[in-house]
Ligand binder design. Structure first.
Ligand code: 2AM
Ligand code: CA
Length: 264
């Protein structure tokens, strides 16, 4: 069983995320094109992703030896355990390899399919987002909450374009295109950070398909603790493992679902 009170555990996870985030930042200027590999079209990976993941796995294993891991770079095998760390060592790799921002470290702890804590760190902006269950989410120690915008009109909305765009994904982008005069859209390139932007009220909503659990596990939990809402594209709860997410302040969720996600 876990020896730590959840707050102390979260403090330790924040410390670990900051250490790895600093490593990412230091390495970004040094990285050269010969060390960049392609996992698929537009899908990059570098030695930095893998090394950062190894650092996280070592540190988090010391913290909670009984926990398993579900990780982007699969440097450890996934084994179903009571506690599982879901981690993305470098979310926003495409930005990173182009020496651009934002990018982040994302760590969530899941117990029996329920998230207990989430930490997302943006080392360039020096922004640390975190939350533990039943408490307000925080950004650099200050409590955060979602925006109050209750319609798409004048909304500020993030999204991402999947590497493998399906016909359904294309339809959603076309629907978004029809809303271009109404609201402002942004593609920032790190799902974890963009969902945290919704959590702190900087943006009003975010949607993306073809995502993996490590892209969204921590940030969606932080958003919910900040008063927001997350669903899959069918309005259900399968947004961590279901590969698609609509994350919003809650108030304009239904309009976004009707006008962009589900509109035929
Ligand atoms: P990554 O940087 O770790 O690859 C950009 O669209 C955001 O979505 C990034 O957070 C990126 O994570 C994530 N992402 C994950 N799977 C994706 C996919 N199949 N297509 C596009 N983006 C994906
Ligand atoms: Ca990712």
């Amino acid at each position: 069983m876990m020896n730590y009170p959840i707050h102390s555990l979260c403090d330790e996870v924040c410390r670990i995320a900051i250490t790895t985030g600093k490593y990412l930042k230091e390495q970004q200027q040094k990285i050269d094109t010969s060390s960049i590999e392609m996992k698929g079209a537009r899908n990059y990976v570098t030695y930095v992703d893998k090394e950062a993941e190894r650092q996280l796995v070592t540190a988090l294993s010391q913290l909670l030896p009984e926990a398993g891991f579900l990780t982007e770079e699969a440097t450890v095998e996934f084994v179903e355990k009571q506690y599982v760390w879901i981690i993305d060592p470098l979310d926003g790799t495409t930005n990173y390899v182009h020496k651009d921002t934002p990018y982040s470290v994302s760590i969530a702890l899941m117990k029996e399919r329920k998230i207990l804590l989430g930490v997302v760190f943006d080392p360039v902006a020096d922004e640390l987002y975190y939350a533990v269950e039943n408490e307000n989410a925080r950004l650099n120690q200050k409590p955060i909450k979602v925006s109050e915008k209750n319609m798409l009109q004048n909304g500020y909305i993030g999204f991402g374009i999947p590497y493998n765009l399906t016909a359904e994904g294309e339809k959603i982008l076309q629907n978004a295109l029809h809303q271009f005069k109404k609201c402002s859209f942004r593609i920032k390139g790190s799902a974890a950070i963009e969902i945290c932007y919704v959590a702190c009220g900087r943006s009003d909503a975010y949607f993306h398909s073809a995502l993996s659990p490590w892209d969204v596990a921590a940030a969606s939990f932080i958003l919910k603790c900040a008063g927001g809402r997350c669903t899959d594209f069918s309005d259900g709860d399968n947004y961590i493992f279901g590969k698609e997410i609509v994350a919003s302040n809650g108030y304009l969720h239904q309009e976004l679902m009707n006008e962009i996600i589900r509109k035929q």
